[in-house]
Design a binder for this molecule. Sequence first.
Ligand code: SF4
Length: 432
Amino acid sequence: MELAEKLAILASSAKYDASCASSGSGDSCGYQSGNRSGGNGGALFGRRLPAGVCHSWTPDGRCVSLLKVLFSNSCRFDCAYCVNRSSFDSRRVSFTVDELVSLTCEFYRRNYIEGLFLSSGIFSDSDIVMEKLTATARALRCEAGFGGYIHLKIIPGSTDKAIREAGLWADRLSANIELPTDKSLQNLAPGKSGKMIFGAMGDAYNLEAENREDRRKFALGEKTSVPVFAPAGQSTQLIVGASPETDKTILTLSGALYRKYALRRVYYSAFIPVGISGADGLHDPRLPEIAIRPLLQREHRLYQADWLLRFYGFSPGEVLETDSEMLDSGLDPKTAWALRHLDKFPVEVNRADYDDLLRVPGVGAQSARRIIETRRSRSLTFENLRRLGIVLKRARFFLTANGAFLDKPEDPKRIRRTLSDPDHLQPLLFEF
Ligand code: SF4
């Protein structure tokens, strides 16, 4: 089989994994078609990305392109939601280590990508599959001199020895939980268990801690050399809507994962039925019938709530403190919290501390820092706030400047009407 054909299949098989933040580009294959600006000499503007190229974000907010592929789409597991499951009749292919190394290097040289995201179906014993991913990363680093970003998936069931080796060559590792409870795993992903997945996360966490301690000793001259273990930490993915768990269950789990395993990121992926219903007649009775749009809205709200947990000092209990088990679909979770706590507002922008400013809808972490910095030299007005980037459409109900309101928060129903966005999916990276 041509390498380009393998790439098209194994990139398509990988695109449902959201744990590197993007689900990949279209299905055109630049590897096959070469440089599209050549040929007739006509002026082409822009280009489609090659198969398997997706976008991800670094911790400092930089957008990077990654080659996102599976090593193999053969899998002995039968996860109901997955296009690679053993019971699904699809064409099975695998790369060799050499093929993946040369593909990655070629894409990198052509400036298509800055790194590799590599996962795999579990075609053999977990450690054997893990070693294939690790061998690819090792060959890229040691033989090809590749210095770009590498994200490796931890194969469920891998031993800590295999995870240790993977972390020596990868920037980031991720073990996907996929479903929030053992009951749902048993139902939809037989063969996986919470113990298996949390065990892998725990191993990666302990190895990171051990490596930190070794590097501390190295800095003190007590060790001669220490390789760095997965410097970009670990992440995971949760599928939303394939199983009956509520937002409360999901956010409580995410909060625990951030605390217990110091995860850098939990990715939420709205369940998209692929190859399981419709014209192919392959609907799996274990899966629910779903409407996609409300699920995308739910995914969006979970990302907003997650942002509050990671950067705004909210606990899962505060984000969902009412009897409802689900986030408000019509309001972002920070505004919903503020409306439940109008007694804590208004906040006086010229006196409030950083933590109180962070709780104001429309004021993000960067804006809160700017407010504190700027008010050292002058007293702030609403016009100053607008220039500092505060979203006054949201903040106007919750702030005073020198005691003056822009809009008094007298009627929660009116505020709710003004700030609701039931049909509009906002971009993920914004301050709310
Ligand atoms: S283990 Fe499950 S989710 Fe992973 S590739 Fe196999 S069937 Fe898909």
